[in-house]
Design a binder for this molecule. Structure first.
Ligand code: IPE
Ligand code: IPE
Ligand code: MG
Length: 249
């Protein structure tokens, strides 16, 4: 039996965010190169996008490369940037076929031209996809994003496009790169670490966190379903009492 049968389709998380960690350790444990781990990690992305579609998840955001990852050895960065191009070009026909719309968040200006070009091309081609939106977080960090939003808000106030008195939580949300996405309901981190590593700090204010020791290349369909089932066991109270939540339901 698949855990898909245990999912309550009336309460599926609309948006799942994943910190895909453990590619390097997966490779090392097999005597392989770190780049081999990243390649296997792409196969997991493919499996998990398909699984998320089956579960009727509408948005899936995956952390593929952080601002801090620019500090890795140049050889690994180069391999990762090449891998993005390869994977995007190879997968675009299937993304189109399966109704997957690609989007990107992050400081894309820092990406090599070829990588950026492949991404923009795929974003354009898949823009009509309406089964699921796959958001790649690349050269992304939450502090970068929030600082960028602060700068743009200040600029808008300066140009008298925005009234300083009107700046509120929604304003900040509107100036983030995720402005078109609902907040994640569920945040998954694979690879055993229990930290957020500068990912979606603002947006995960009320997300449910799910940590697993499974390395990302070993994470597949059933692992995603398991995380969703666990999510559905939780009570999201948003500051209210359990009794209030029960009476609302
Ligand atoms: C996550 O796997 C992928 C990226 C950060 C690009 P890691 O490369 O961090 O794998 P570990 O944590 O070293 O095992
Ligand atoms: C977080 O993984 C970033 C991505 C998964 C892309 P890291 O492996 O870079 O995180 P830290 O450095 O261990 O916190
Ligand atoms: Mg890691």
């Amino acid at each position: 039996m698949s855990l898909l049968d245990k999912i309550d389709f009336g309460r599926v998380p609309a948006h799942i965010a994943i910190i895909m960690d453990g590619n390097g350790r997966w490779a090392k444990s097999r005597g392989l190169e770190r780049a081999d781990g990243h390649r296997e990690g792409v196969a997991s992305v493919r499996k998990v996008v398909e699984a998320a579609s089956k579960a009727k998840v509408k948005y899936l955001t995956v952390y593929a490369f952080s601002t801090e990852n620019w500090n890795r050895p140049q050889e690994e960065i180069d391999a990762l940037m090449e891998l993005v191009v390869y994977a995007i070009v190879k997968e675009t026909p299937d993304l189109l076929k399966n109704g997957v719309r690609l989007q990107c968040i992050g400081d894309l200006k820092r990406l090599p031209e070829k990588t950026c070009g492949a991404l923009l091309d795929c974003i354009d081609k898949t823009s009509g996809g309406d089964t699921i939106t796959l958001v790649l977080a690349l050269s992304y960090s939450s502090r970068w994003e929030i600082a960028e939003a602060a700068r743009q808000i200040a600029e808008a106030v300066n140009r008298q496009k925005l009234d300083i008195e009107a700046v509120c939580e929604n304003t900040v949300t509107e100036y983030l790169t995720t402005r078109n996405l609902p907040d994640p309901d569920l945040l998954i981190r694979t690879g055993g670490e229990q930290r957020i590593s500068n990912f979606l700090l603002w947006q995960t204010a009320y997300a449910e966190f799910y940590f697993t020791d499974t390395f990302w290349p070993n994470f597949g369909e059933e692992n995603l379903f398991e995380a969703i089932v666990e999510y559905q066991r939780r009570e999201r109270r948003f500051g209210k009492t359990s009794e209030q939540i029960e009476s609302e339901n």
